[in-house]
Write a new protein. Structure first.
Length: 286
């Protein structure tokens, strides 16, 4: 596996990989890799001739009081994991390479980014959309792979790609990969390492309470009442704050009061021991 730290180097190396008509799959990450990320690498490897992974802790998607400085950085370890997974190229730019002096542009995707993490983390999705658009332009992948773990992020990226003509033939496909979970159901996340052992044990309440809420909604219990019960279960288990626990249309991400005939998603963000966890699960139509 080769590593590019400058845009010139990236362009040279991607041109070499593409020389014989080979396809490139892009997996954008912020590093601190775990099995969830590696599943995206595997999906890209299965679908494309070469995998390009990026590691960039993107400052513009962090709010002023968020964990940008504390976010785990372990490039050497990540690099070894990517190489072992069959990744061909690692794009690891510096902040200055991504946002040179005078950088003045931003992409805002309205609608799908309005609620949920868009409401509780103002500016977050502008930062995500802008950096992913840059990554698409820099790497020019045939396919790009994102986790359903960040379901709203996936919707924002799909919308941006459609609206700004970044889709086929430029990026042939944007692939959503199902969430990889720990054995107790907690969605894998680079932020799980912030949890104390007590909070880590309590964090498993999140997926368990979500499953229970989904079963209740499927049984016809009122959505609002069920979601209130879900919030109470989290607060009772040691979560300090629930940013949101909502049912939404799986495509538009419009909040839903009742489960209709279209695919829905249960989306939750909650804090435990100062760490903000997010999760989402499919809710089948009534
Ligand atoms: P991050 O490094 O957290 O920005 O995540 C990079 C990519 O990995 C994003 O597309 C995430 O949605 C995806 N990802 C993170 N955690 C998981 C997981 N547990 N299962 C599947 N994909 C994940």
């Amino acid at each position: 596996m080769q590593t590019a730290n400058t845009l010139d180097m990236l362009r040279t190396l991607t041109a070499t990989l593409r020389k014989d008509g080979s396809t490139l799959g892009l997996v954008p990450t912020m590093g601190a890799l775990h099995k969830g990320h590696l599943t995206l690498i595997k999906a890209a490897r299965d679908a494309c001739d070469h995998v390009v992974a990026s590691i960039f802790v993107n400052p513009t998607q962090f709010g002023p009081n968020e964990d940008l400085d504390a976010y785990p950085r372990q490039l050497e370890e990540d690099s070894a994991m990517l190489e072992a997974e069959g990744c061909s190229l690692l794009w690891a730019p510096t902040v200055e390479a991504m946002y040179p002096q005078g950088f003045a542009s931003s992409i805002a995707v309205s609608g799908v980014s309005a609620n949920f993490c868009g409401a509780s983390r103002p500016g977050h999705f502008d930062g995500v959309a802008t950096v992913v658009c840059k990554l698409f332009n820099q790497v020019q992948p045939d396919m790009a792979f994102f986790g359903e773990k960040d379901f709203q992020q996936l919707a924002v990226i799909r919308t941006m790609a459609r609206d700004l003509d970044l889709t086929a033939p430029r990026v042939e496909a944007i692939i959503g990969v199902p969430t990889v979970r720990e054995s107790d159901g907690l969605a894998m996340s680079s932020r799980n390492r912030y949890l104390s052992s007590e909070d880590r044990a309590a964090a498993a309440t999140l997926p368990a309470a979500m499953r229970e809420a989904i079963a209740r909604i499927a049984d016809g219990t009122e959505v609002r009442q069920t979601l209130r019960g879900l919030e109470d279960a989290l607060l009772g288990a040691g979560f300090s704050q629930v940013d949101y626990a909502q049912l939404a249309d799986a495509t538009s991400l419009e909040p839903l009061e009742v489960l209709g005939s279209k695919d829905a998603r249960l989306l939750v963000a909650a804090k435990i021991g100062g760490t903000r966890l997010i999760d989402n699960m499919a809710v089948n139509p009534a």
